[in-house]
Design a binder for this molecule. Structure first.
Ligand SMILES: [Zn+2]
Length: 234
Protein backbone atom coordinates (compact mmCIF):
# COMPACT_ATOMS: atom_id res chain seq x y z
CA UNK A 1 0.00 0.00 0.00
CA UNK A 2 1.27 3.45 -0.79
CA UNK A 3 1.55 6.34 1.52
CA UNK A 4 0.74 9.99 1.21
CA UNK A 5 -2.50 11.66 0.25
CA UNK A 6 -2.09 11.17 -3.50
CA UNK A 7 -1.58 7.42 -3.14
CA UNK A 8 -4.55 7.33 -0.81
CA UNK A 9 -6.64 9.18 -3.38
CA UNK A 10 -5.61 6.68 -6.07
CA UNK A 11 -6.48 3.75 -3.81
CA UNK A 12 -9.86 5.24 -3.04
CA UNK A 13 -10.66 5.75 -6.73
CA UNK A 14 -9.36 2.26 -7.54
CA UNK A 15 -11.65 0.63 -4.94
CA UNK A 16 -14.74 2.34 -6.36
CA UNK A 17 -13.77 1.42 -9.91
CA UNK A 18 -13.68 -2.22 -8.78
CA UNK A 19 -16.94 -1.92 -6.87
CA UNK A 20 -18.91 -0.76 -9.91
CA UNK A 21 -17.78 -3.91 -11.72
CA UNK A 22 -18.49 -6.18 -8.74
CA UNK A 23 -22.01 -4.76 -8.50
CA UNK A 24 -22.47 -5.41 -12.24
CA UNK A 25 -23.07 -1.76 -12.98
CA UNK A 26 -20.23 -1.96 -15.50
CA UNK A 27 -19.30 -4.55 -18.12
CA UNK A 28 -16.33 -4.24 -20.50
CA UNK A 29 -15.08 -0.68 -19.91
CA UNK A 30 -18.51 1.03 -19.85
CA UNK A 31 -17.89 3.20 -16.87
CA UNK A 32 -15.46 5.07 -14.70
CA UNK A 33 -15.19 6.50 -11.22
CA UNK A 34 -13.11 9.25 -9.67
CA UNK A 35 -12.23 10.56 -6.20
CA UNK A 36 -11.58 14.23 -5.59
CA UNK A 37 -9.29 15.85 -3.03
CA UNK A 38 -10.83 19.31 -2.91
CA UNK A 39 -8.20 20.73 -0.56
CA UNK A 40 -5.50 20.06 -3.17
CA UNK A 41 -7.70 20.42 -6.26
CA UNK A 42 -6.70 17.01 -7.61
CA UNK A 43 -8.77 14.00 -8.56
CA UNK A 44 -7.85 10.38 -9.31
CA UNK A 45 -9.65 8.69 -12.19
CA UNK A 46 -9.55 5.41 -14.09
CA UNK A 47 -7.14 5.31 -17.03
CA UNK A 48 -8.76 5.23 -20.47
CA UNK A 49 -9.67 1.86 -21.98
CA UNK A 50 -7.71 -0.28 -19.49
CA UNK A 51 -9.45 -3.58 -18.75
CA UNK A 52 -10.74 -3.78 -15.18
CA UNK A 53 -9.11 -7.18 -14.70
CA UNK A 54 -5.66 -5.67 -15.28
CA UNK A 55 -6.21 -2.51 -13.30
CA UNK A 56 -3.92 -1.68 -10.35
CA UNK A 57 -4.35 1.16 -7.89
CA UNK A 58 -1.09 2.66 -9.14
CA UNK A 59 -2.69 3.03 -12.60
CA UNK A 60 -5.22 5.63 -11.42
CA UNK A 61 -4.46 8.91 -13.14
CA UNK A 62 -4.18 12.13 -11.16
CA UNK A 63 -5.64 15.22 -12.82
CA UNK A 64 -5.88 18.81 -11.62
CA UNK A 65 -8.76 21.21 -12.24
CA UNK A 66 -7.06 22.61 -15.35
CA UNK A 67 -7.19 19.11 -16.82
CA UNK A 68 -3.44 18.65 -16.45
CA UNK A 69 -2.29 15.07 -15.86
CA UNK A 70 0.09 14.71 -12.93
CA UNK A 71 2.93 12.16 -13.05
CA UNK A 72 1.32 9.45 -15.19
CA UNK A 73 2.16 7.71 -18.43
CA UNK A 74 -1.41 6.54 -18.82
CA UNK A 75 -4.15 8.65 -20.39
CA UNK A 76 -7.06 9.40 -18.05
CA UNK A 77 -10.61 8.23 -18.86
CA UNK A 78 -12.08 9.87 -21.94
CA UNK A 79 -14.83 11.21 -19.65
CA UNK A 80 -12.31 13.10 -17.50
CA UNK A 81 -13.53 16.55 -18.55
CA UNK A 82 -17.10 15.68 -17.56
CA UNK A 83 -15.86 14.76 -14.07
CA UNK A 84 -13.77 17.92 -13.95
CA UNK A 85 -16.69 20.24 -14.77
CA UNK A 86 -18.89 18.55 -12.17
CA UNK A 87 -16.18 19.01 -9.50
CA UNK A 88 -15.82 22.66 -10.50
CA UNK A 89 -19.56 23.31 -10.62
CA UNK A 90 -20.79 21.38 -7.57
CA UNK A 91 -18.72 22.40 -4.56
CA UNK A 92 -19.82 19.63 -2.20
CA UNK A 93 -18.96 16.76 -4.52
CA UNK A 94 -15.98 14.53 -3.67
CA UNK A 95 -16.63 11.56 -5.91
CA UNK A 96 -18.26 10.75 -9.26
CA UNK A 97 -19.40 7.51 -10.85
CA UNK A 98 -20.36 7.07 -14.49
CA UNK A 99 -21.84 3.77 -15.64
CA UNK A 100 -23.97 2.41 -18.45
CA UNK A 101 -25.87 0.19 -16.00
CA UNK A 102 -28.73 -1.30 -18.01
CA UNK A 103 -31.89 -0.11 -16.24
CA UNK A 104 -30.78 3.48 -15.81
CA UNK A 105 -29.56 3.43 -19.40
CA UNK A 106 -32.94 2.11 -20.59
CA UNK A 107 -34.57 5.27 -19.16
CA UNK A 108 -31.82 7.49 -20.61
CA UNK A 109 -32.26 5.97 -24.05
CA UNK A 110 -36.00 6.57 -23.84
CA UNK A 111 -35.11 10.19 -22.84
CA UNK A 112 -37.24 9.89 -19.72
CA UNK A 113 -36.64 11.11 -16.19
CA UNK A 114 -37.16 8.45 -13.53
CA UNK A 115 -40.25 9.46 -11.56
CA UNK A 116 -40.19 9.15 -7.81
CA UNK A 117 -42.88 6.59 -6.95
CA UNK A 118 -41.64 5.02 -3.74
CA UNK A 119 -39.59 5.28 -0.60
CA UNK A 120 -36.52 3.45 -1.95
CA UNK A 121 -36.10 6.25 -4.47
CA UNK A 122 -36.96 8.92 -1.86
CA UNK A 123 -34.22 7.69 0.46
CA UNK A 124 -31.62 8.70 -2.13
CA UNK A 125 -33.12 11.19 -4.58
CA UNK A 126 -35.41 14.04 -3.56
CA UNK A 127 -37.67 13.93 -6.61
CA UNK A 128 -37.62 12.60 -10.16
CA UNK A 129 -34.12 11.83 -11.40
CA UNK A 130 -33.90 14.22 -14.35
CA UNK A 131 -33.01 13.14 -17.86
CA UNK A 132 -31.15 15.93 -19.66
CA UNK A 133 -31.77 16.55 -23.39
CA UNK A 134 -29.39 15.54 -26.17
CA UNK A 135 -26.43 17.87 -26.56
CA UNK A 136 -26.47 19.79 -29.84
CA UNK A 137 -24.18 18.95 -32.76
CA UNK A 138 -21.77 21.85 -32.18
CA UNK A 139 -21.18 20.90 -28.57
CA UNK A 140 -20.73 17.22 -29.37
CA UNK A 141 -18.24 17.96 -32.14
CA UNK A 142 -16.26 20.67 -30.34
CA UNK A 143 -15.72 19.55 -26.74
CA UNK A 144 -18.11 16.69 -26.07
CA UNK A 145 -16.98 15.61 -22.59
CA UNK A 146 -16.51 19.13 -21.22
CA UNK A 147 -19.87 20.21 -22.66
CA UNK A 148 -21.51 17.20 -21.03
CA UNK A 149 -20.21 18.31 -17.63
CA UNK A 150 -21.23 21.91 -18.25
CA UNK A 151 -24.67 20.77 -19.35
CA UNK A 152 -25.17 18.93 -16.05
CA UNK A 153 -23.98 21.86 -13.94
CA UNK A 154 -26.02 24.43 -15.87
CA UNK A 155 -29.14 22.28 -15.84
CA UNK A 156 -29.04 21.95 -12.05
CA UNK A 157 -28.47 25.70 -11.67
CA UNK A 158 -31.27 26.62 -14.04
CA UNK A 159 -33.74 24.20 -12.46
CA UNK A 160 -32.53 25.17 -8.98
CA UNK A 161 -31.90 21.56 -8.03
CA UNK A 162 -29.49 21.09 -5.13
CA UNK A 163 -26.83 18.54 -6.17
CA UNK A 164 -26.85 17.07 -2.64
CA UNK A 165 -30.59 16.47 -2.91
CA UNK A 166 -30.34 14.96 -6.36
CA UNK A 167 -26.99 13.16 -6.52
CA UNK A 168 -27.32 12.01 -10.11
CA UNK A 169 -28.92 12.45 -13.49
CA UNK A 170 -29.47 10.75 -16.82
CA UNK A 171 -28.22 11.98 -20.18
CA UNK A 172 -30.50 11.36 -23.16
CA UNK A 173 -29.22 8.62 -25.41
CA UNK A 174 -26.32 7.95 -23.09
CA UNK A 175 -26.45 6.80 -19.46
CA UNK A 176 -26.09 8.11 -15.92
CA UNK A 177 -23.73 10.12 -13.75
CA UNK A 178 -23.98 9.98 -9.98
CA UNK A 179 -22.00 11.83 -7.36
CA UNK A 180 -21.62 12.24 -3.61
CA UNK A 181 -19.48 13.75 -0.87
CA UNK A 182 -17.13 10.81 -1.37
CA UNK A 183 -16.62 8.36 -4.22
CA UNK A 184 -18.08 5.66 -1.96
CA UNK A 185 -21.29 7.71 -1.69
CA UNK A 186 -21.29 8.26 -5.44
CA UNK A 187 -21.06 4.49 -5.84
CA UNK A 188 -23.97 3.89 -3.45
CA UNK A 189 -26.02 6.41 -5.39
CA UNK A 190 -25.21 4.56 -8.62
CA UNK A 191 -26.43 1.31 -7.06
CA UNK A 192 -29.60 3.03 -5.81
CA UNK A 193 -30.23 4.65 -9.18
CA UNK A 194 -30.00 1.33 -10.99
CA UNK A 195 -32.37 -0.36 -8.51
CA UNK A 196 -34.88 2.52 -8.70
CA UNK A 197 -34.76 2.55 -12.51
CA UNK A 198 -35.46 -1.18 -12.54
CA UNK A 199 -38.32 -1.00 -10.05
CA UNK A 200 -39.94 2.06 -11.64
CA UNK A 201 -39.99 0.38 -15.04
CA UNK A 202 -41.92 -2.59 -13.66
CA UNK A 203 -44.21 -0.52 -11.44
CA UNK A 204 -45.34 1.39 -14.52
CA UNK A 205 -45.95 -1.93 -16.29
CA UNK A 206 -48.46 -2.72 -13.55
CA UNK A 207 -50.05 0.72 -13.34
CA UNK A 208 -49.87 4.01 -15.19
CA UNK A 209 -51.81 5.70 -12.46
CA UNK A 210 -49.30 6.12 -9.65
CA UNK A 211 -49.50 9.21 -7.45
CA UNK A 212 -46.82 8.88 -4.83
CA UNK A 213 -47.48 11.53 -2.13
CA UNK A 214 -44.87 14.26 -1.85
CA UNK A 215 -45.05 14.20 1.98
CA UNK A 216 -43.78 10.61 2.00
CA UNK A 217 -40.97 11.61 -0.34
CA UNK A 218 -40.02 14.51 1.97
CA UNK A 219 -40.19 12.37 5.09
CA UNK A 220 -37.96 9.67 3.66
CA UNK A 221 -35.38 12.03 2.21
CA UNK A 222 -35.08 14.28 5.26
CA UNK A 223 -34.85 11.47 7.80
CA UNK A 224 -31.67 10.32 6.02
CA UNK A 225 -30.19 13.62 4.83
CA UNK A 226 -29.56 17.09 6.21
CA UNK A 227 -29.56 18.66 9.65
CA UNK A 228 -32.50 16.76 11.08
CA UNK A 229 -31.58 13.32 9.79
CA UNK A 230 -32.21 10.59 12.33
CA UNK A 231 -31.83 7.40 10.29
CA UNK A 232 -29.00 5.03 11.30
CA UNK A 233 -26.63 5.10 14.26
CA UNK A 234 -25.14 8.23 15.76
ZN1 LIG B 1 -20.65 6.85 -21.07
Amino acid sequence: MGTGYLDQLKQEAFEVNLEIVRERLVVLTWGNASSFDRAHGIFAIKPSGVSYSLLKWQDMVLVDLDGKVIESKLKPSSDTFTHLEIYKGFNSVGGIVHTHSPWATIWAQACKSIPVIGTTHSDHFKGDVPCLPYLNKDKVESAYEKETGLQIVEFFKKEQIVPNHMPGCLLSGHASFTWGETSQKAFENAVALEACAHMAYHSFKLSHDINFPIYILSKHFTRKHGENAYYGQK
